[in-house]
Design a protein around this ligand. Structure first.
Ligand SMILES: *Cc1c(COP(=O)(O)O)cnc(C)c1O
Length: 462
């Protein structure tokens, strides 16, 4: 039963408003919402016979909640996982200098679809087409929302109702329900699978060609590898068959590295090579190994790109001006020899020596500031590219290792790191929480240290 006496002791909203600081630290909207929730809680407490706290405490509780809600839901985190293209953490970070270009374009009117010299309507694809051609070759280019959209649109525009020949070794699932056979079905193209999981020969493709063949498709295997007794066709082999039979050849490259990248025994095929091999169109992501914004980039023969631009789906998957601006900036940096300054490539190419120095310094400060039963040291470890790129490859790195002597503290500590205002996403490994320096920006180190110290205190003493 509710005790009416206790309920009556809950202060009226008006009284709480009077006790609020002026000006409010955050928007009145969030304070009002927080007040509703806190007053509701007090009413529930009253049912349990619990008295409300004094007004200043109620105000404090409300403001605490309101301040938390006033922080955007989509916010930065510190990526201590060592996974460079972390899809869940936003893939490739962009440089501040390029974001200045984006800001200029986004906060004012722009030349998005306007040719200033001619004084007439222009195409949004032209902003990157020229620089892309300079960088990777090809006659024409087009940009859409992401690579999944690029593949779907290209299949639909070029092969709807026709057969698309693909090797059985390339019928991959990229993740998030993007599976080649399903995308094919959605596009209206008919999947014609050839070869075996591990081997596909030229004769397999040739044997599948008939009057209703619309395309030969090569798909980057992305997030898995077939090793051992394997064989597939090179892009050049496929182009030769396509030319002979007059069939469009398309390659979904996925990662879109500009120059060939070798890690251990894995070589990532580059956009330059694929374009150079004469493929009709190639599609790739803007925010994987290119290190730019989310986008689907299509490079290839002018006649085919023209068909794609006119295809109705193009409008549904079109890219926005902020992305285009960031992408143009990214491509310009490659041309200007500044690719190494893109955050992704800067992080990727840091030497183990540099990382060791940074890790040692961080561990030293942590040891000075942490006074609980905790071991802190550094250890060699491995970073990963992520984003489905170059699976199974490891980049030697250095981690800071924080090991609470009481193992039961570890999950609590890791959770507290995530609950911080600037969440720190770290890995748990063999009873330690480990922080890979490769994906942590040097400018984040002091905040990282503060957060580790705070999270450890909370985990150890609460
Ligand atoms: C990642 C990937 C895609 C999807 O690209 P998004 O940019 O994530 O839409 C498609 N195909 C391949 C081969 C990929 O690796």
């Amino acid at each position: 039963m509710q005790d009416p006496d206790i309920r009556r002791q809950i202060p009226a909203a008006q009284k709480i408003w009077q006790a609020m600081p002026n000006p409010l630290p955050v928007s009145r909207y969030w304070v009002r919402r927080a007040m509703d929730v806190v007053l509701d809680e007090l009413r529930q407490d009253a049912v349990q016979g619990q008295l409300p706290p004094p007004v200043p405490i109620i105000v404090q509780n409300i403001l605490h909640k309101a301040e938390e809600w006033a922080i955007p839901h989509l916010k930065p985190v510190i990526n201590a996982t060592g996974v460079l293209i972390h899809t869940n953490l936003g893939r490739s970070p962009l440089p501040a200098e390029i974001m200045e270009m984006v800001k200029d374009v986004a906060t004012q009117y722009s030349t998005l679809e306007y040719e200033v010299e001619a004084g007439r309507r222009g195409s949004r694809h032209d902003h990157v087409a020229g620089v892309l051609a300079d960088l990777v070759g090809g006659e024409a280019a087009m940009v859409v929302n992401n690579n999944a959209a690029a593949v779907l649109m290209a299949l639909s525009a070029l092969a709807r109702g026709q057969e698309v020949v693909v090797s059985r070794g390339e019928l991959v699932e990229i993740g998030g329900s993007f599976r080649i056979p399903e995308v094919m079905a959605l596009s209206g193209a008919i999947l014609r699978e050839v070869g075996a999981t591990n081997k596909t020969h030229a004769r397999d493709y040739i044997g599948a060609i008939n009057t209703n063949t619309g395309m030969l498709l090569k798909v980057h295997q992305s997030n898995f590898r077939v090793i051992g007794f394997t064989q597939g066709l090179s892009t050049a082999d496929l182009v030769r068959i396509g030319r002979e039979y007059g069939i469009v050849v398309m390659e979904d490259l996925g990662s879109g590295v500009i120059d060939p990248l070798r890690l251990e025994d894995v070589v990532e095929p580059s956009v330059k090579e694929v374009v150079g091999a004469g493929v009709d169109i190639v599609t790739f992501s803007g925010d994987k190994l290119l290190g730019g914004p989310q986008a689907g980039i299509i490079v290839g023969k002018a006649a085919i790109i023209d068909r794609l631009k006119k295809y109705p789906l193009a409008r549904a998957v079109r890219v926005d001006k902020m992305t285009l601006s960031a992408l143009e900036g990214t491509i310009r940096w490659y041309l200007e020899g500044r690719a190494q300054e893109l955050p992704l490539w800067h992080m990727m190419t840091q030497t183990v020596d540099t990382l060791q120095q940074r890790a040692t310094a961080v561990a030293q400060v942590l040891r000075q500031r942490v006074s609980g039963p905790v071991d802190i040291d550094t250890a060699p470890d491995f970073s990963q590219i992520g984003g489905g790129s170059m699976p199974g490859t490891h980049i030697p790195s250095v981690v800071v290792r924080v090991t609470p002597q009481d193992g039961s503290v570890v999950p609590h500590f890791e959770q507290r790191l995530r609950y911080a205002r600037m969440p720190v996403i770290a890995r748990i490994s063999h009873g330690s929480v480990i922080f890979d320096l490769r994906t942590i920006f040097p400018s984040q180190e002091s905040l990282l240290i503060d957060t580790i110290v705070m999270a450890l205190e909370e985990a150890l003493f609460t």
